[in-house]
Design a protein around this ligand. Structure first.
Ligand SMILES: Cc1cc2nc3c(=O)[nH]c(=O)nc-3n(C[C@H](O)[C@H](O)[C@H](O)COP(=O)(O)O)c2cc1C
Length: 177
């Protein structure tokens, strides 16, 4: 059974990135299970002193979800010129485990800013490389998503955006299978 662990880097309500993740989940093929990660805000700050058994419960859960997934999909905002601390923190917790090793990984970057949050996604690639995840280039896309194109139910219905997201998750699923 193929499953994709989907991670939004934003914890706020009405998040564009969370809407992108929800839309990607909706667009997955029927035989692929979306698992939307909701624990990013509960992870403790990374502390090597805690990175041993028994792990903090939220960290153990994160590692279990990664281990059980066939691939990872991220969508994150840029804050103050870099990825949110919550995303870096999550990735730091994966370095001490082997769950991300060779895990096909992609992202959907919905930034509408002029620089397209380029620095954030460049550093996301660097950090993912440290975790030994396998970044799938065709599953990493920039597709600007204006907040105005998100429906009240938190889903993007714009056809061009959905086609772009489908292309990325298709590449990710192909790599996972
Ligand atoms: C405190 C703060 C800092 C931000 N810094 C940046 C930035 O450096 N670069 C950028 O492109 N956008 C920046 N933004 C804009 C957010 O990335 C943008 O609002 C994004 O849609 C937030 O994603 P979300 O809706 O999923 O939470 C910033 C927003 C806030 C609130």
């Amino acid at each position: 059974m193929t499953s994709i662990l989907m991670i939004s880097g934003s914890v706020r309500s009405g998040s564009v990135n969370s809407a992108v993740i929800a839309t990607a989940a909706e667009l997955l093929p029927d035989d692929v299970t979306p698992v939307i990660y909701s624990g990013i805000g509960e992870l403790p700050h990374f502390n090597p002193d805690l990175d041993h058994e028994p792990l903090p419960q939220s960290v153990a859960e994160l590692r279990r979800l990664i281990a059980e997934s066939s691939a990872l999909l991220f969508s994150t905002p840029e804050y103050a010129g870099a990825m949110p601390g919550a995303v870096k923190n999550l990735l730091e917790w994966t370095v001490g485990g082997i769950e991300t090793t060779h895990k096909p990984t992609g992202w959907i970057n919905p930034s509408t800013m002029q620089n397209r949050a380029a620095g954030t996604y460049a550093s996301l690639r660097i950090v993912l490389d440290y975790t030994d995840a396998s970044v799938i280039d065709r599953a990493c896309i920039d597709v600007p998503v204006p907040r105005s194109l998100i429906d009240d139910d938190g889903i993007v219905r714009d056809g061009e955006i959905r086609t772009a997201i489908s292309g990325a998750i298709g590449a990710l699923v192909a790599a996972a299978e």
